[in-house]
Design a protein. Structure first.
Lengths: 512, 674
């Protein structure tokens, strides 16, 4: 029997949300268990997909395609390649970990779980949908639960942060929608694959120019804006620190681990294949912006006195590495193509970085969440001291996450970053050299974090009864840290999924 | 026993296993953790000896075993193991000194409650250090390079509850990371140009002839050969790791770590990794030597940095009062000697000095540890004194170490290796400055070591802690005796009469000329050693009636100079005032841009949105709605007026009907009913 695995992947979390909505009198423990079970479905189904997935095939697999709104030529179209699978697996890991991190939050676990599952399903939809119509539905739908999750379960200034986050992102999406409306008007389809084909031979640009000479540029800028805000690309990132800092721990983990990847994914799935020429033209400028994200993101993190904001800025820095790689490749594409080795290293490194950053940033937010819950809501850099003496296990796990984040060899973060640098150096050497400043600054602020919070005599909120990690607190951190160690030594566990795909992309770059 | 390159991985794997065991051992499992660590080191030592036997069978061969680590895109990342005499000698040294220091730690760390974790970190360090030695890929070497940095960080900050230790750990990691970024860029460049980072790969490796010719033949910006540019970038990593000027500032602070750590990591092994790295990529550093038109040769820079560091470290050491800091600056200075030797073209002299230094400096640090342990963690030389009588074994071995470091002739290993370095400098055709600097540092070295040893062991005890000190147990003095034996005996493997080490190492790189010419130089340097020792004795050896607060004779003689040296020439303050401030400034800029500029722009946009909302509302309210309201109000008013007429009263209706009837009748009548 051929199960529609991808549909199941997307809709199982939603089914869980519906179930929670129905179970109106469920006790908190039941609500939490149901949420976790449905959240784990992604991991289980992801595993099933992994077993059927053939990495050697670079096209979409396990495709489900049915006419949906025939009058508008819109299809219900799901499919996955190595890139999608990577992100599905990441979602499967981060979402349950996030739920476990917020396990002890007593405020209405049923509502929390339902909203969280809606969010999880939407993210999966984004990673699997191949028709703009429902891709965009998923893309926008993910904002609704986030808004409520931040506003109702968040910190002191959560209302403002949630409002800013949603309005800013929707503002970006409006341009994205506008762009695709124009594309639809010009071509009569919003199927990503068909559009990529049309883009490859120049038909898309020609048809858009038919609407008016400036339309190809307008559409590109619109789509770029929508995606850039989501990633975020410097300087469209100012919504991120407050949103990540005010969100409850589990949601921060999901936002940084999964949602920030939605933007990078959109770059790879939409901008790159459908608008290769304008992206190539804009890439030198975008490269500078990504570089600014790498350097300024890291230096701004140095100035933060709140740990959550610090980790949030480190996310700006880390995601910018992915963009740096993409833009460097795009800038170098064109007749003859970029150096194949460098392009392959940059793209492969960027994919690794997406996954690795998901693990390390989520783990760091989880650790800050532990600190916050122990300290009665405080999470300032100077609110702690000597935590390592009180909680050595916690210190060890948090330390591994920190060093993974600063790219220590032997842990997962290094491999992705090294190959991004290897690729970017080959394509744009000065950019790589300047980006090294980001590496230094990252080490600086992460070690400052570690020194102030964990070292020195016990101080601040760390004085008195300060138990080490117990029971369910270990559950989200241990698997994440174990993966950091494992993937640092055996990156082939991941690269095996997408190597042929990357090779295919590189080959396509050579003949634009 | 023999160990081929294919099985070389077992050498780092053993301590790694011990580290894993140590990390899973609870606090109570002291014997298990320490036992595993020491057993693994002994095992690694035996294997290293086997590797040495194998390597010496064919000393000119770089035996390698390469394999695929993973594939990325359409690239395959290959790494491997490399066995040559350099690897083997280094591995034997590291495992031998490591074993002794591990055993010493049993005594030194006995009372520490985190004893098991200490051995776990030590094993992690040993694994990374050995991995660095056996790596045939510069990528793998870089991985291990960073991991030794991590182990160093963890061990400097081992007593993390002390703020100074935590700060020193961070400083060490960040300072070396600055150098590492240069190394990273060098490796990226090399990787990009050559498509591989394997050192030796059957002719295709980056250190093999084809690659070297290509690198030396390419010119980059500034007229440099590509090999010079890459070589100097790689050298940046060595500057950071080996505490060379201008990145030497972290090494003295690193003395906040437990003394066995200082002995192992910050004297004998890790800090020598920079020297090892340059020695490893020596073919690359040499590649530009044949070119006449380059602005500067890579090795000339190495020699310059080494010479500056050798003098700087020795000068600062003269004015330090903390035993470990004197030794730390001495290490900085000696590492400078090694770099100098590399720079002037004598690869062999550098490695010879590296190996000898590892033994006698480990000896000195462990001796210092023995003193500190006995004197209840008193390590200020002004507050010690007179320990020689009660700590005879420590005194005797420390004296051996001192004489080896100072270069006392003939009997001590340091003499032979130092002579090798000086002779190499003498033979350098480019400049005689390194030689002069090296000779100046010889005097200073003999002087500060005399000052140190007399301060600790001679005279009368100056504090109660010094008066109560007594000799440590055999677990601590045993390693001292063995290392002292090495500090005396080992030098003979490299004497002019029997240059066994040189002949085995020399198989790798051909020396420009014999380093054993110029006997006059040897006499001169012996004279300088005697001068230094004599001056030290004259100033410090015959002092009477000193107490803990007596002013140093040098400070009396030249207070200004002494203060400047004691303040380490103000490097830390200078860096804080320049780079530190720049760093803060950029961070403030980045943060300010976000808060002031980008956030304001977004707010402005939001305001604009709000304003247009207000406009919309006003337009709706005033123009559309109010117009609509007025119309409807008019209609309603009219309706109301009319509705009065329909109040529902029968009388009213009848009245209206009657009135209408009358009016109607009047109209008919008056209108003329004709």
């Amino acid at each position: 029997m051929n199960l529609p695995l991808l549909s199941l992947l997307v809709f199982m979390p939603w089914a869980g949300a519906v179930l929670l909505a129905v179970l109106r009198n469920a006790r908190p423990a039941v609500a939490r268990t149901v949420t976790l079970a449905f959240s784990l479905s992604t991991l289980a189904l992801g595993w099933a997909v992994l077993l059927r997935f053939d990495p050697a095939v670079t096209g979409f697999q396990l495709v489900e395609r049915r006419p949906w709104i025939e009058a508008l030529n819109i299809h219900y179209f799901l499919g996955l390649d190595g890139l999608s699978l990577l992100l599905v697996l990441l979602t499967g890991l981060i979402a349950p970990a996030g739920l476990l991190a917020s396990w002890r939050d007593a405020r209405s676990p049923r509502m929390f779980g339902a909203l969280f599952l809606v969010l999880q399903g939407s993210a999966l939809g984004v990673f699997l949908a191949l028709d703009f119509f429902h891709w965009f539905l998923f893309w926008e739908l993910s904002l609704v639960p986030v808004f409520f999750l931040i506003k109702l379960w968040g910190g002191e200034n959560a209302g403002r942060a949630a409002y800013q986050f949603v309005i800013y992102t929707i503002g970006g999406s409006a341009f994205l929608l506008l762009g695709f409306a124009a594309v639809f008007a010009a071509t009569g389809t919003v199927d990503f694959g068909q559009l990529a084909t049309l883009a490859a031979d120049g038909t898309l640009t020609a048809r858009l120019a038919h609407l008016g000479n400036f339309w190809p540029q307008v559409v590109f800028v619109g789509v770029l804006l929508g995606v850039a805000v989501k990633v975020p690309l410097y300087p469209f990132h100012t919504w991120l620190p407050p949103a990540y800092a005010e969100a409850p721990t589990g949601v921060s983990m999901f936002l940084t681990g999964v949602m920030s990847k939605m933007g990078v994914y959109a770059f790879l799935r939409i901008l790159w294949p459908i608008f290769p020429a304008p992206l190539h033209a804009a890439a030198p400028c975008l490269l500078v912006l990504a570089l600014a994200g790498v350097v300024f993101g890291a230096f701004a993190a140095m100035r933060q006195t709140d740990l959550k904001r610090m980790v949030a800025y480190s996310s700006v820095n880390h995601v910018s590495y992915c963009l740096l790689a993409l833009f460097a490749v795009s800038a170098a594409s064109g007749p003859g193509g970029p150096a194949a080795g460098a392009a392959s290293a940059a793209l492969g490194g960027a994919l690794l970085q997406m996954f690795n950053h998901g693990l390390s940033a989520a783990a760091l937010f989880c650790c800050v969440g532990v600190l916050e819950s122990r300290a009665g809501g405080r999470s300032g850099l100077d609110d702690f001291g000597g935590v390592r003496a009180a909680a050595p296990v916690f210190a060890g796990l948090c330390g591994i996450a920190l060093f993974s984040s600063l790219g220590l060899p032997g842990l997962n973060g290094f491999v992705g970053e090294f190959f991004i640098f290897r690729g970017v150096f080959g394509l744009a050497p000065w950019t790589a050299a300047i980006a090294c400043l980001g590496l230094f600054a990252t080490a600086y602020f992460l070690l400052t974090f570690w020194q102030r919070v964990f070292h020195g005599p016990r101080a601040g909120a760390a004085v008195g009864n300060w138990p080490d990690l117990r029971g369910v607190e270990l559950a989200p951190l241990v698997p994440l840290v174990a993966l950091m160690l494992l993937l640092g030594v055996l990156p082939q566990l991941l690269t095996g999924l997408f190597n042929p795909l990357v090779a295919h992309w590189v080959a396509a770059l050579a003949h634009p | 026993m023999q160990l081929s390159a294919t099985h070389l991985w077992m050498i780092p794997a053993l301590p790694l296993l011990a580290a894993a065991i140590g990390s899973l051992t609870p606090r109570g499992g002291r014997k298990l953790a320490a036992g595993a660590a020491i057993a693994a080191m002994i095992g690694a030592f035996v294997l290293s000896c086997g590797a040495l036997v194998t390597a010496l069978a064919q000393p000119a061969v770089h035996a390698s075993a390469n394999f695929t680590w993973f594939a990325l895109g359409n690239e395959v990342v290959r790494v491997g193991w490399l066995l040559d005499p350099l690897t083997a000698f280094m591995a034997v040294m590291v495992t031998f000194v490591g074993t002794l220091i591990f055993i010493f730690s049993l005594g030194y760390m006995k009372e520490d409650r985190n004893f098991t974790r200490f051995f776990c970190f030590l094993s992690l360090f040993a694994a990374a250090m050995l991995g660095l030695l056996v790596a045939n890929s510069l990528l793998l070497l870089f991985v291990c390079w960073e991991l030794v940095g991590l182990a160093s960080y963890l061990l400097i900050g081992f007593w993390f509850h002390k703020p100074a230790a935590a700060a020193a750990a961070k400083k060490a990691f960040l300072t070396t990371r600055i150098g590492d970024l240069g190394l990273l860029l060098g490796l990226l460049w090399l990787y990009h140009v050559r498509g591989s980072l394997l050192c030796y790969d059957g002719g295709a490796g980056v250190l093999e002839q084809g690659s070297l010719t290509a690198l030396a033949g390419t010119t980059v910006a500034g007229g440099f050969a590509l090999s010079t540019a890459i070589g100097l970038l790689i050298f940046c990593g060595a500057i950071g790791k080996s505490g060379q000027f201008p990145l030497h500032v972290w090494l003295p602070d690193a003395m906040e770590g437990p003394t066995p750590v200082s002995a192992l990591i910050h004297a004998a092994t890790m800090v020598a990794a920079g020297v090892f790295l340059v020695a490893r990529v020596y073919p690359l550093m040499l590649a530009d030597q044949a070119l006449a038109s380059v602005p500067v040769h890579a090795l000339t820079v190495v020699a310059g940095i080494g010479a500056i560091t050798a003098l700087l470290g020795a000068a600062i050491a003269v004015a330090q009062n903390d035993i470990k800091r004197v030794l730390a600056f001495s290490t900085v200075s000696q590492l400078g000697y090694m770099m100098l030797a590399l720079g002037v073209g004598s690869w062999v002299a550098a490695i010879f000095h590296l190996l000898m230094h590892a033994f006698f400096k480990a000896l000195l640090f462990l001796g210092a540890g023995s003193v500190i342990h006995a004197a209840h963690h008193e390590q200020d030389v002004r507050r010690l004194g007179g320990l020689g009588r009660r700590m005879k074994a420590t005194f005797a071995t420390f004296a051996v170490g001192t004489m080896a470091l100072a270069g006392v002739p003939f009997l001590f290993s340091g003499f032979w290796s130092k002579e090798a370095v000086l002779h190499a400098a003498h033979a350098w055709p480019v400049s005689s400055l390194p030689l002069l600097v090296g000779l100046a540092a010889v005097v200073l070295t003999a002087f500060y070591m005399t000052r140190l040893i007399t301060g600790i062991f001679l005279g009368a005890p100056r504090t109660d802690a010094a008066a109560e000190a007594h000799e440590n147990s055999a677990v601590m003095t045993g390693p001292l005796l063995i290392l002292a034996a090495c500090a005396i005996g080992l030098g003979f493997i490299g004497t002019p009469a029997w240059p066994w080490l040189q002949s085995n190492l020399g198989g790798i790189v051909v020396e420009p000329e014999s380093i054993w010419e110029a006997p006059g130089l040897m006499l001169l340097s012996i004279g300088l050693v005697v001068t230094g020792l004599g001056a030290g004795w004259a100033v410090y050896g015959r002092r009477r009636n000193v107490n803990a607060s007596s002013v140093d004779p040098l400070a009396q003689a030249a207070p200004g100079l002494f203060a400047v040296l004691a303040a380490r020439l103000g490097f830390d303050e200078f860096y804080a005032a320049t780079f530190g401030r720049l760093n803060t400034w950029v961070a403030a800029l980045a943060d300010g841009l976000d808060r002031r500029v980008w956030d304001s722009l977004v707010s402005l946009l939001a305001r604009a949105g709000e304003f247009s909302g207000v406009l919309n509302r006003e337009a709706d309210e005033d123009i559309l709605n109010r117009g609509f309201d007025r119309t409807s109000a008019t209609v309603r008013g009219v309706g109301q007026t009319y509705s009065r007429a329909q109040a529902g009263e029968t009388h009213g209706y009848l009245r209206t009907v009657a009135l209408a009837f009358v009016v109607f009748a009047l109209v008919l009548l008056l209108g003329g009913v004709r």
